[in-house]
Design a binder for this molecule. Structure first.
Ligand code: ZN
Ligand code: ZN
Length: 356
């Protein structure tokens, strides 16, 4: 059975538990997850009894035949109402995705069905990655690791370069190493700019003694990687080394807390208390991490307010940071997979303080 067929089988169990006869999947990422289709317009109707119908428009006639050979295919437009018109009985729809107007259209198109809110059913499955997904994440992380090594190895971090130049080089090197593209707009921050958690690259130039914060990732087979490393150009000052060591200890505590059954809020706590004890709790103002997969930010949220527990197969980031306004900040971020045998690290770039 293909991984897509296995995912559809798992979804059928969710449909039966929710007492639904079918689910109309309109979120394109969820369609991709369930079928392998990568085009820009599609929907799929998943039947509780195994009758699935995939729909796309004429632009994707050939592509869909290749990517979705195992499902009945409908070429029509719009796909949501075309599929809804075939449904009978209790029809779930993705209520977190369908608009209010869209619901009116679905209702009008499906006189033989009774529509029920069923938001988040596919996302619930996506929380736990299968090995095909984890391999794609591994490749996405490897592309980012290799791009950073090449950037440093080729002297890409040198005094006088701008944040924008470094961001462009990093992104181009990720393409060289197998990425389809960057997984989000790269954050490149020099000196005091590193104290801004989500700084957008500017024409600011790199100077000796600056902290260099790089937060970036690669997209491979639709899966995102997300890594942050903070380096120093030239000899680090004592405060930079101290700040780095603190964040590194906090990050290790967060990684070590990743175990199946652990509350996500407790993972945040394990990492955060290291920073709080050092008196920097007010300078760590974001959550510890997030799930990563077909989306750059997905469930579970590893944060104080995060609900739920970890399961084996979840892919998450661990990314504490301490930001000293006007001086500089350090964040260290890895991608990991929760495993029974201990977390699997996917981002392999060293976490020793790199001095360029
Ligand atoms: Zn990041
Ligand atoms: Zn992140």
């Amino acid at each position: 059975m293909s991984s897509y067929a296995a995912r559809r089988t798992a979804l059928r169990e969710e449909l039966q538990a929710a007492n639904l006869d079918a689910l109309l999947v309109t979120n394109l990422l969820n369609v991709r997850y369930l079928t392998g289709f990568t085009g820009s317009n599609a929907a799929v109707l998943i039947g509780a009894d195994g009758d699935d119908v995939f729909c796309t428009d004429g632009r994707y006639l050939t592509q869909s035949a290749k990517q979705v050979p195992d499902l009945e295919r409908l070429i029509d437009r719009p796909c949501d109402t075309a599929l809804a018109s075939r449904a009978k009985g209790r029809l779930g729809f993705e209520s977190h995705h369908v608009t209010v107007d869209g619901l009116d259209e679905l209702t009008a198109a499906s006189p033989k069905a009774e529509l029920h809110k069923a938001g988040g059913l596919v996302e619930k499955l996506r929380l736990v990655k299968d090995e095909v997904e984890i391999e794609a994440l591994r490749m996405a992380c490897a592309a980012a690791d290799r791009a950073l090594a090449a950037l440093i190895g080729h002297g890409g971090l040198r005094a006088g370069r701008t944040e924008r130049e470094v961001a462009r080089e990093l992104e181009s090197r990720m393409l060289d190493h197998g990425a389809e593209g960057p997984s989000f707009s790269s954050i490149v921050a020099f000196g005091a700019n590193s104290a801004v958690p989500h700084h957008s690259p500017t024409d600011a130039t790199l100077r000796t003694g600056d902290l260099v914060k790089l937060d970036f990732g690669a997209l491979v087979d639709g899966y995102h990687s997300d890594m942050t490393r903070t380096l120093v150009l030239g000899r680090p000052a004592d405060w930079q080394r101290d700040l780095y060591d603190l964040v590194a200890r906090s990050q290790a505590a967060g990684r070590n807390a990743l175990e199946p059954g652990v509350k996500v809020s407790d993972v945040d706590r394990a990492s955060r208390e290291v920073i709080e004890k050092a008196g920097h709790g007010n300078e760590f103002l974001h959550g510890l991490g997030h799930g990563v997969g077909l989306e750059i930010h997905e469930a579970p949220a590893l944060s104080k307010a995060g609900a739920g527990t970890l399961s084996a197969g979840m892919a998450v980031t661990v990314e504490p940071g301490v930001y000293l306004p006007g001086r500089g900040g350090v964040r260290i971020e890895d991608n990991l997979v929760v495993r029974e045998s201990g977390p699997e690290l996917l981002t392999l770039t060293t976490k020793e303080l790199v001095v360029v």
